[in-house]
Design a protein around this ligand. Structure first.
Ligand code: SF4
Ligand code: SF3
Length: 533
C-alpha cells in the first residue's frame, strides 16, 4: 500500500472507504496510525505466544491487552510516547512468557508480531470478518477496562481477547473459521457488559430516575467527559468542599443516576451536547475539561490549555493524569479560571433546559407490571430502542426527526451519546412513565437487552415478536461489539445508520441481511411506516 496510512474503523472514515492520507478525519496522523497498527500487531504476537495456554496469561498481561486495545479506539489516543510505551509493555509481557524465543535465531513464525498491512490488503471478505473481530474486541476491551478499575474481572472474557487476536493473525483462515469468532465476540461482549453492569451497580448503586440541569451555576467548575465512573468518583472526592462544581459531558451524563455519585451536592448538572460539538462548546469555557475516555477531538488552541486527560486517553502536550489520580492540576486550573460570573443556562439541541437519565434495567423492571398492564390496556402500543453514538454527519438529524415522529402511545428507550439528538425533547408521559427513557451509556445496552428479554417473557413470545423496533446509530468500535451482541441474541430487523460500516464487504453484508434482516436507515417517515405496520 503506497498510501501513508490506512484506517477504516469508524463511521466518519474518509469517503466512506478509508482514511488513507497523511491524517484521518478524526485528526489521527499517519505516524500515530502506524504506531496503533504496530501495537495491534504486537498484541497479536502476544496472543500467539499465549496460544493454547491462556492460563499462562497473568493479570498484568490481561491488563496490558485491555489497555493496548482500548488505546486504538477512535478518539482515544493520539500520543506517540504513550503508544510506544504500550508496545514496550506488550513486548515485555511476551518476553516473560517465552524468554527462550528471544535468544533463538530460527524464525519459526509462531510468536512473531503481526504486520497489520497483511490485514488491510487481505481478500475483502477476510478483511471484513477480521475487522469485525478486531473492532469488536477494541470496544469490548474498553468495557472490560472500566470493570477492571473497579476490581471486577471475568476470566472467560479476558481469555477470549487472546483467542480473537490469534484469529486475526491466522493467514489461511476464511469465512468458515472466522465467522464463528465474529459471533463469539457478540456472545462474550454480553458477558463483558454484564460484568461492567455488576461492577457499576455494586459500586455505585442502581441508577434511579434523575433530572439533570443544563444550567452552569456561577463560580469555578470542572467538566468531566467520557465513560469512566471511577474517575468521576475520584474527582468528586477531591473537589468536595473546595467550592468547585462538577458538570458531566457526553457519555458521563448517566452518572447522575447512580446513588453513590449523585449524593455529592457539587455534582450539579451536564454541560454541552455530544462529542462532535466539543470544539465549539469548549472554545470559550472558563473551566478545565477532563477526558476519561473517548471521544477526544484534537483541541483547538482557544481551549487546549484547559484540557486534561487520564486513563486510556492521551494527546501530545496535554497534561495527563496518571494512575495515582491526583487531580490537583485540574482543580488548580478550575480555581484560576473561576467559571462564569452568573448562572448560565445552555440548552440541548432542541432548546430543552433539562434532561432525564437513570432508567437502567433495575428501575424499568421495577415498574414492569405497570408497563405490561399499559401494553395490555393498549396505552403503550410500541417500543423503540433508539441508541448508539452521535457524530458529525448532517444525516444524523434522522434520529431527531425519527424520535419526534414516534406516536404518542409509544416508549423510546435510549442509550449512549446519540441521545443528545433528542433527550431534551419533552414527549410527555404514558400512565406516569416518561416516553423517553435514558438507560445510560453505550455499555448499558445491557439494560435494554434485559428489559427486552423481560418483556418477551411477560408476553410469552420471542424478542423478534415484540412490538419493539431497534434503530442504532454507530460511530466507533463500542457500537460494533454491541451490534454483534444483538446479533448473537438473534435479534432481527435492526436499522443501522447513518451509513453502513466501510469494513463490511458485500458478501458479509449479504450474510447479515439474509440471516438477521439488518437494514440501513432510510428516511424517518419510511422507516416509521414499516416499523408500525
Ligand atoms: Fe479515519 Fe475513523 Fe480511522 Fe480516524 S478512526 S483515521 S476518522 S477511520
Ligand atoms: Fe459516544 Fe464517542 Fe460512541 Fe459510548 S462518546 S457512545 S461516540
Amino acid at each position: 500500500m503506497e498510501n501513508k496510512m490506512f484506517c477504516f474503523q469508524c463511521e466518519q472514515t474518509a469517503g466512506c472507504q478509508g482514511c488513507m492520507g497523511a491524517a484521518g478525519v478524526c485528526g489521527k496522523k499517519a505516524d500515530i496510525a502506524e504506531l496503533q497498527d504496530r501495537l495491534t500487531g504486537a498484541l497479536i504476537g502476544l496472543a500467539r505466544a499465549v496460544e493454547g495456554n491462556e492460563d499462562r496469561a497473568s493479570a498484568t498481561m490481561d491488563r496490558v491487552v485491555l489497555e493496548g486495545l482500548f488505546a486504538t479506539i477512535t478518539n482515544v489516543n493520539f500520543d506517540s510516547d504513550s503508544l510506544n510505551l504500550l508496545i514496550q509493555r506488550v513486548e515485555g509481557e511476551k518476553k516473560s512468557l517465552i524468554p527462550l524465543c528471544y535468544e533463538c535465531d530460527t524464525a519459526c513464525g509462531k510468536n512473531g508480531d503481526y504486520d497489520m498491512r497483511r490485514l488491510w490488503t487481505a481478500n475483502e471478505d477476510v478483511r471484513s470478518l477480521k475487522s469485525l473481530i478486531l473492532f469488536g474486541i477494541r470496544g469490548m476491551a474498553a468495557y472490560a477496562y472500566h470493570a477492571a478499575v473497579l476490581g471486577y474481572a471475568d476470566q472467560d472474557v479476558n481469555k477470549f481477547f487472546y483467542k480473537a487476536l490469534f484469529a486475526i493473525g491466522m493467514e489461511d483462515w476464511g469465512m468458515e473459521e472466522l465467522l464463528p469468532v465474529v459471533m463469539e465476540v457478540g456472545k462474550v461482549n454480553l458477558a463483558c457488559m454484564a460484568l461492567l453492569d455488576r461492577a457499576n451497580t455494586e459500586t455505585y448503586g442502581n441508577p434511579v430516575p434523575t433530572e439533570v440541569s443544563l444550567t452552569v451555576e456561577k463560580g469555578p467548575f470542572i467538566v468531566i467527559s467520557g465513560h469512566d465512573l471511577y474517575d468521576l468518583k475520584q474527582l468528586l472526592e477531591q473537589t468536595e468542599g473546595k467550592g468547585i462544581n462538577i458538570y458531566t459531558h457526553g457519555e458521563m451524563l448517566p452518572a447522575h443516576g447512580y446513588p453513590e455519585l449523585k449524593k455529592y451536592s457539587h455534582l450539579k448538572g451536564n454541560f454541552g451536547t455530544a462529542w462532535q460539538n466539543q470544539q465549539k462548546e469548549f472554545s470559550d469555557i472558563p473551566a478545565p475539561i477532563l477526558f476519561t475516555t473517548n471521544c477526544l477531538m484534537p483541541p483547538k488552541k482557544s481551549y487546549a490549555d484547559r484540557v486534561f486527560t487520564t486513563a486510556a486517553v492521551s494527546y501530545p502536550e496535554l497534561v495527563h493524569i496518571g494512575e495515582e489520580k491526583d487531580f490537583s492540576a485540574v482543580i488548580k486550573k478550575a480555581l484560576e479560571l473561576g467559571g462564569y460570573q452568573e448562572d448560565t443556562t445552555f440548552t440541548g439541541i432542541n432548546g430543552g433546559e433539562k434532561v432525564m437519565t437513570g432508567f437502567a434495567h433495575h428501575t424499568v423492571l421495577s415498574v414492569a407490571g405497570q408497563v405490561v398492564e399499559a401494553v395490555r390496556a393498549g396505552a403503550i402500543k410500541h417500543f423503540f430502542l433508539v441508541g448508539g453514538c452521535d457524530g458529525a454527519k448532517p444525516g444524523r438529524n434522522y434520529y431527531t426527526e425519527f424520535v419526534k415522529q414516534t406516536p404518542a402511545d409509544s416508549i423510546v428507550l435510549t442509550l449512549a451519546c446519540g441521545k443528545y439528538r433528542f433527550n431534551d425533547l419533552n414527549l410527555g408521559t404514558i400512565n406516569g412513565l416518561p416516553r423517553i427513557m435514558d438507560m445510560g451509556q453505550c455499555n448499558d445496552a445491557y439494560s435494554a437487552i434485559k428489559v427486552a428479554l423481560a418483556l418477551s417473557e411477560a408476553f410469552q413470545c420471542g424478542v423478534n415478536e415484540l412490538p419493539l423496533s431497534i434503530v442504532l446509530s454507530w460511530y466507533e468500535q463500542k457500537a460494533v461489539c454491541i451490534l454483534l451482541t444483538l446479533l448473537h441474541l438473534g435479534i432481527h430487523n435492526i436499522r443501522l445508520g447513518p451509513s453502513l460500516p466501510a469494513f463490511i464487504s458485500p458478501n458479509v453484508l449479504k450474510f447479515l441481511i439474509e440471516q438477521y434482516h439488518i437494514a440501513p436507515i432510510s428516511t424517518p417517515d419510511a422507516d416509521m411506516a414499516v416499523m408500525l405496520a
